[in-house]
Design a binder for this molecule. Structure first.
Ligand SMILES: NC(=O)C1=CN([C@@H]2O[C@H](COP(=O)(O)OP(=O)(O)OC[C@H]3O[C@@H](n4cnc5c(N)ncnc54)[C@H](OP(=O)(O)O)[C@@H]3O)[C@@H](O)[C@H]2O)C=CC1
Ligand SMILES: CCCCCCCCCCCCCCCC(=O)[C@@H](N)CO
Length: 325
């Protein structure tokens, strides 16, 4: 007779296999590969930081790149930088994403897009009570409404292009780990980034039949000109709590983002903490990968436990910080 130990050794892998097979059958939408070579990739906020790194990475892979931002001079400098590094002449588009007409005009000028990366974003950390409402509205307008304007303007062209070419298209939206968990000092910023997830989850159901695939990117603190500005005025507690996840280089975030969007990954974490956070906050988001789904199913309880531990740590920090005042 087989020992109970041997039996267990057989039963556990068998259960895992059955679970994996079930998830392979269930996982939706179906897996996809989105090519970017020789395709039109439009990146907003492409004149600085993560957006510029993305533009370079996409150009390096043979994409036709357009970058959109407000400041024409910084756009020209970015174009020069992309040309020097990659020998690619990016198209520059000057528009403020808060202005729907300007966005529509820029997209008209750009022509149909295969991959739209809504990366533009502003962040001014401050406790809600101290923050000017105008500043809160500024973040919602650029980060959230700006993304609405972009998608509205790009969708008709993307749909017909996907139909004509028969190739899958992508809409990638830049969130933040602060779009997965609230962080002291980020009431407005987190609200804008959490909101993008509702937009993305709903949008994916609306555009799947047109072969358009939605991705969301969730980076931690990333070394960019934007972060350098932010750090000048960031509340101490924001810095401490945001520091729970290590800082990344813009190039590394860009690589993760590009690899993820090419696989049509709905949730794209950027580092190890990000992967844990993605499992802890998987919710009812679409999932194409049976492997990731398996980690989500098996990791849910444990990651909730880890999350409770993080909250314990943050609330202790906040309490100590107040006690010292
Ligand atoms: N850096 C970080 O720590 C993290 C950043 N993120 C997110 O990544 C994205 C990029 O951040 P990062 O590279 O640091 O930012 P930067 O501040 O370095 O660059 C922001 C880019 O967005 C453009 N932009 C800003 N406002 C508008 C607007 N109203 N209309 C059009 N373009 C605009 C800027 O150009 P211009 O000013 O000329 O318009 C610039 O190209 C943001 O969405 C941010 O929230 C997420 C997690 C961490
Ligand atoms: C269950 C496991 C949990 C794992 C770890 C959780 C760590 C969370 C840290 C949150 C960091 C938020 C950084 C926002 C950066 C940003 O967007 C600003 N720099 C503005 O650009």
């Amino acid at each position: 007779m087989a020992s109970p130990f041997l039996l267990l050794l057989l039963v556990i892998p068998l259960c895992l296999l059955v679970l994996f097979l079930a998830l392979s059958f269930l996982a939706r939408p179906k897996s996809v590969r989105i090519p970017i070579k020789n395709r039109h990739v439009l990146i907003t906020g492409g004149s600085s930081g993560i957006g510029l790194a993305l533009a370079k990475a996409a150009a390096a892979q043979g994409a036709h790149v357009s970058i959109l931002a407000r400041n024409a001079k910084r756009l020209e400098e970015a174009r020069e930088e992309i040309k020097l590094a990659m020998g690619h002449m990016a198209r520059v588009l000057v528009a403020d994403v808060r202005d729907p007409q300007a966005v529509a005009q820029a997209l008209e000028e750009a022509g149909p897009v295969d991959v739209l990366v809504c990366n533009q974003g502003v962040f001014v950390p401050m406790e809600l009570e101290k923050q000017d409402l105008e500043e809160a509205k500024f973040m919602i307008d650029v980060n959230l409404m700006g993304t609405f304007h972009l998608i509205k303007a790009a969708l008709p062209g993307m749909k017909s292009r996907a139909r004509e070419t028969g190739l899958p298209a992508s809409i990638a939206i830049m969130s933040s780990q602060a779009g997965q968990v609230g962080v002291y000092g980020y009431t407005a910023y987190s609200a804008s980034k959490f909101a993008l997830r509702g937009l993305a989850e709903s949008l994916q159901q609306e555009v799947i039949a047109h072969n358009i695939h939605v991705s969301m990117i969730f980076p931690p603190d990333t070394a960019t000109p934007g972060l350098a500005e932010e750090q000048k005025k960031r509340p101490e507690l924001t810095t401490i709590i945001a520091g729970s996840s290590g800082e990344m280089k813009a190039e590394d975030v860009a690589k993760k983002a590009l690899d993820g969007l090419k696989e049509g990954q709905f949730i794209i974490p950027c580092n190890f903490d990000g992967t844990m956070l993605a499992i802890a906050t998987a919710g009812l988001s679409p999932q194409r990968s049976a492997v990731t789904a398996l980690f989500e199913v098996l990791g849910a309880g444990f990651m909730r436990f880890v999350g409770i531990g993080f909250q314990w740590n943050w609330y202790s920090t906040i309490q100590n910080w107040h006690a010292k005042r």
